[in-house]
Design a binder for this molecule. Structure first.
Ligand code: TNX
Length: 532
């Protein structure tokens, strides 16, 4: 009897170890290399961070970030010290490491956790992996008892496949407040994403305060919907700075987008003198593309835009500035005497070349302020501005063409990356602008199209998922569309193609969804999808 008892005990023990292992090695995105060792490190109230004698301010910030997260969920207030021989999480900068600037090396032994990287950003990502090795309740915003805060012993060496891992949020079709934006930045950081593209202006709302042109936020931020209801919202410059700083603490760069020459009706409603017809206008209250765009024949339009850019640029310390450039119908320009005169004076062939003229003129302003211009792939029309980075959205062709011309490219092709499209069956999902984009399809995307010549593939900076909000009326539904597809994007941008595995991704998702629960995120539960 006692021998069989022993066997049963052993069996139970070993299966719990195996289950424990499974639960604890759910890092998303999958690291480049991970070797599990025996044993675990236990986090307790005596654990401390060790950041070295010099007490670098940047490492201290990283330690403080995780110190406060760990305090929320465990109640342990970890000390930040210079060094410690055991029960420490040691954060170290080591310039001699043979990894990229965003990479890290993580060693967990029963005595110590050591995170080494070339930069504080790498250490930050190493710590995110530590968090993911802990039980998912570590993300809780309130203290959770009865959890063994154990980190399995591992040796990890990791770095991203792509330097650009982005998400775009449209706040013009439906406004999303500062609190919502910060919440998504928290999640992006957990999954090692590093660019937040903020679509701030469109036909349907203008959402950023411009001091020189107060009517932009006054008039441009209030829309009367077709049913008579009002939709409104804008950010003050103080709020913009607050979000940019919040993102920076999480190693996320914010890219502002000010749309031109099309998608400009909110601005033109406030200042109709910069249109071809002079208005008057009302903010667009149906979806789709608007014919009234900035007048390309009027020099005052460029002065107006220059003033706006000069107010917006200093709010965003990152190098990129997005000027839109997509979906600019040419009807008004074709009817407008000033635009026709411009075409003649500048020896342009047609309105398509006028679009290119427009973009070149704006690019000069962006470059003069030391920034680098990004635009949607229509900026290829009529000749591409020389140093521009192209976001390829209509398909991959724009990106392939741009890379082949030597331009940097960010891949956002709608078929895979437009997560405003429904992810489940039409019959069961809430309304969306389109359907047919299940999680697996987003996950399957490979940013380096084989159609790009091998020697030019380095121009692909990475991929981005785009969250347009025509039908995303509530924050809950916007989250539902974002998750879990944004996690698929995080993995395809970080994990090398050869290491991607959809089955493993969905298995790890069980653990990640609990983390999203801890942040009160509303997500779609991926299931085998029904008819599409
Ligand atoms: C196309 S992508 C647009 C957006 C819409 C989106 C809807 C792009 C540059 N333009 O204005 O919101 O489709 O999916």
């Amino acid at each position: 009897l006692s021998i069989s008892c022993l066997w049963i005990c052993l069996l139970v023990l070993s299966s719990s170890v195996i289950m424990g292992q499974d639960n604890h090695l759910d890092i998303t995105p999958t690291p480049q290399s991970l070797v599990q060792k025996n044993g675990h490190f236990t986090l307790n109230s005596k654990t401390s961070f060790a950041i070295g004698k010099t007490q670098r301010a940047d490492l201290k910030k990283v330690a403080a970030y995780f110190q406060s997260k760990i305090l929320y969920s465990t109640g342990y207030n970890l000390n930040i010290k210079n060094s410690g021989s055991s029960n420490t999480i040691s954060l170290q900068i080591d310039k001699s490491l043979k990894i990229g600037n965003e990479g890290y090396q993580l060693t967990v032994t029963p005595k110590k956790v050591i995170v080494k990287a070339k930069t504080p950003q790498g250490v930050f990502y190493g710590m995110q992996s530590v968090m993911q090795l802990l039980p998912p309740q570590i993300e809780s915003e309130t203290i959770i008892d009865n959890v063994a805060w154990e980190i399995p012993c591992v040796e990890i060496k990791d770095e991203p496949a792509y330097g650009y891992r982005g998400m775009m949020l449209d706040v013009c079709r439906h406004f999303h407040d500062v609190e919502f934006v910060k919440k998504q930045l928290d999640i992006m950081a957990m999954f090692k994403m590093n660019y937040f593209h903020w679509h701030l202006t469109d036909d349907h709302l203008w959402t950023i305060e411009i001091k020189k042109y107060p009517r932009l936020a006054e008039v441009g931020s209030v829309r009367r919907n077709a049913d008579g209801s009002i939709h409104r919202g804008f950010y003050t410059q103080e709020q913009i700075k607050e979000v940019v700083a919040y993102a920076a603490e999480r190693y996320i760069t914010v890219i502002p987008e000010v749309e031109l020459p099309g998608h400009a009706l909110a601005a033109l409603t406030a200042y109709p003198e910069y249109s071809c017809t002079g208005g008057p206008f009302e903010l667009r209250n149906k979806w789709g593309v608007e014919d009234n765009v900035y007048c390309a024949g009027n020099d005052k339009t460029f002065e107006f835009l220059q003033d706006i850019l000069e107010e917006v640029i200093p709010l965003f310390p990152g190098k990129f500035f997005h000027i839109g450039g997509d979906e600019c119908p040419k009807v008004r320009w074709n009817e407008c005497p000033k635009c026709q005169k411009r075409i003649k004076d500048e020896n342009l062939k047609d309105a398509h070349e006028l679009q290119s003229y427009f973009i070149h003129r704006i690019e000069k302003i962006i470059l003069a302020h030391g920034k680098s211009m990004i635009g949607w792939d229509e900026i290829l029309e009529g000749g591409l501005a020389p140093s521009a980075t192209v976001m390829s959205w209509r398909g991959e062709e724009g990106g392939i063409a741009a890379a082949s011309m030597g331009h940097d490219v960010i891949m956002t092709p709608s078929k895979w990356m437009y997560i405003d499209h429904g992810q489940g069956a039409v019959e069961t999902e809430p309304i969306a602008i389109r359907f047919g984009l299940p999680l697996e399809k987003t996950y399957s995307y490979d940013p380096k199209s084989p159609k790009i010549p091998e020697n030019l593939r380095h121009h692909v900076l990475g991929a981005q998922c785009n969250m347009w909000t025509e039908y995303a009326v509530t924050p809950e539904y916007t989250e539902y569309l974002l998750y879990p597809r944004m996690l698929a994007l995080a993995e395809l941008d970080w994990t090398p193609k050869e290491k991607k595995d959809y089955n493993s991704f969905t298995r790890r998702l069980d653990n990640q969804l609990i983390r999203l629960d801890m942040h009160h995120i509303n997500y779609h539960i991926p299931m085998p999808e029904g008819p599409m």
